[in-house]
Design a protein around this ligand. Structure first.
Ligand code: NAD
Length: 499
């Protein structure tokens, strides 16, 4: 696939007026040398609002060189001073909170409340990174032999890189940047070419945090930039978030080049409803899980598995609840579900619905014809529900990443767990029940590594590790929490005897 085939590259709108974005390298905004651009859309309007340059490998190299030059001084800067820069960053993010949330909604489409939630989650990562003076500490022991002491310290590893997906334009890069920087590394960030504006704003705030030039760098682009990051000998670690095929390839390529890698992939999240669940509350929460952010969350429910007698009631309540969602522009008050990210993605989601019908699932709520009166060119798909889905159908197997719920009923909890076990993805999962025994059994046996009990979106907070298992995660150390301090540091052990 060439860079120009990335979603949005062939927008029908006149793009000449839209601003071409710059990169941020060595403390300066630098126009890209790119000849090819991706159109950035407001998905609720279908209009082009900016153009992302598809930067080249030389531009990645320039960013890595700037980061490498900054590394020595920054890694020697006292950790408390580095943490102070992150405190300043928190303050600026708070001051510009509304601005950021609106930027997220404008370029991604999610509702303003959802955007605010995601910015809040991002800020929490910076807050946790402010704890670097404590969280980066090593440990030691006297008299490991007579008059010999030993101590472990953590040291930053060098230039690191983070590559982000489209679905959380502000938050996902903040899973990485604050931890990398607070621990003394320098970083190159590549946002999704579909949603580069939130990171532009965030880097404008970073410019005001007294960071030396080169500590944080931003390179816009697509596949070429990702490949250059994977291959660059000056980069020591790569964090990736995106779809499973790309995550797998980034992991392979970057580890082959000798780097430390964490690559988070796609999902097909199973949500189990037991007959003893509080059905009214459960379906309210489940509706948010399946249709929040128009289903474009890696933690979104995708397969609803009602067990035994829960089936009919869960289905009927879900259909009623999904039908009551108000689809529209996320900036408009009262709207509860925004558009999907792009025209090509809307068409992909619709074609999944076509396939579900073709393969014999029962379409009980059809979102294909959704329109929004005063936004005729937005990328709309309405809430959709399929019943009688089998895990072997395309819609039961593949990640749709849109507002489509597939119901696959099971006779027993064992059968529901077996369904999850059989799937190659294992990101998040949830159970709704009032039985402690069922909840415990489920949490213990779940293959997914983010588990919700009566929680629809099992998102670990910034001080816990975030990441899935199997084909949803390639690597060892997960994202944020204590794992971040492991990922961004190397441990050095000194053994001392004074003669
Ligand atoms: P994507 O894989 O298409 O793109 C992710 C990043 O990789 C982007 O920066 C893009 O420029 C780059 N990229 C795309 N194709 C590439 C290629 N062939 N070679 C090299 N780089 C390439 O993903 P997306 O559509 O932006 O995001 C949605 C996906 O991300 C979903 O699968 C979702 O589940 C996943 N996701 C996972 C998590 C998680 O925590 N596991 C979180 C958010 C999103």
């Amino acid at each position: 696939m060439s860079d120009t085939r990335t979603a949005g590259a062939s927008a029908p709108t006149d793009t000449r007026a839209a601003e071409a974005l710059s990169n941020f390298i060595g403390g300066r905004w630098v126009p890209s040398a790119a000849r090819q651009f991706v159109d950035v859309h407001n998905p609720a309007l279908g209009t082009v609002i900016a153009r992302t340059p598809l930067s080249n490998a030389e531009e990645v190299d320039a960013a890595v060189q700037a980061a490498a030059r900054a590394f020595r001084g920054w890694s020697e800067t006292p950790v408390v001073v580095r943490a102070r820069a992150m405190f300043r960053f928190v303050r600026l993010l708070e001051e510009h909170f509304e601005d950021l949330a609106r930027t997220v909604t404008t370029e991604h489409g999610k509702t303003l409340d959802e955007a605010r939630g995601s910015v809040r989650r991002g800020i929490e990562c910076v807050e946790v990174a402010c704890g670097a003076p404590s969280l980066m500490m090593g440990y030691g022991l006297e008299n490991i032999a007579t008059n010999i002491d030993s101590a472990v310290v953590r040291q930053p590893i060098g230039v690191v890189a983070a590559i982000a997906p489209f679905n959380f334009p502000a938050m996902v890069p903040l899973w990485f940047l604050p931890f990398a920087v607070a621990t003394g590394n320098t970083i190159v960030v590549k946002p999704s070419e579909q949603v580069p504006l939130s990171q532009r704003l965030i880097f404008r705030l970073l410019e005001r945090c007294d960071l030396p030039p080169g500590v944080v760098n931003l390179v816009n682009g697509g596949r070429t930039v990702v490949e250059a990051i994977c291959d660059h000998p000056g980069i020591k670690a790569v964090s990736f978030v995106g779809s499973t095929p790309v995550a797998r390839e980034v992991y392979r390529r970057a580890t082959h080049a000798g780097k430390r890698v964490q690559a988070l992939g796609g999902a097909k999240n199973v949500v189990v409803v037991m007959p003893d669940a509080n059905m009214e509350k459960a379906i309210e929460i489940i509706t948010e899980s399946f249709y929040g952010c128009a289903g474009e969350r890696c933690l979104a429910g995708s397969l609803l598995v009602p067990v035994g007698a829960a089936h009919a009631e869960a289905r009927d309540r879900l259909v009623a609840s999904a039908r009551s969602l108000k689809v529209g522009d996320g900036l408009v008050p009262g709207v509860t579900m925004g558009p999907v990210i792009s025209g090509p993605h809307r068409d992909r989601v619709r074609s999944y619905i076509d396939k579900g019908v073709h393969e014999g699932a029962a379409l009980v709520l059809d979102g294909r014809g959704a329109t929004v009166g005063d936004r005729p060119d937005g990328f709309w798909v309405g809430p959709t529900v399929f019943d009688d889905v089998s895990p072997s159908m395309t819609i039961g197997r593949e990640e749709i990443f849109g507002p489509v719920a597939s119901i696959a009923a099971a006779k027993t909890l064992d059968e529901a767990i077996a369904l999850m076990e059989a799937h190659p993805n294992a990101n998040a999962t949830s159970i709704f029940t009032s039985s402690g025994k069922a909840a415990r059994e489920f949490a213990h046996r779940a293959t997914a590594s983010m588990v919700g009990v009566n929680i629809g979106v099992a998102a670990p907070m910034a001080y816990f590790p975030f990441g899935g298992a199997k084909d949803s995660f390639f690597g060892d150390l997960k994202v944020h929490g204590r794992d971040a301090f492991e990922f961004y540091t190397d441990k050095k052990v000194t053994i001392t005897r004074w003669l």
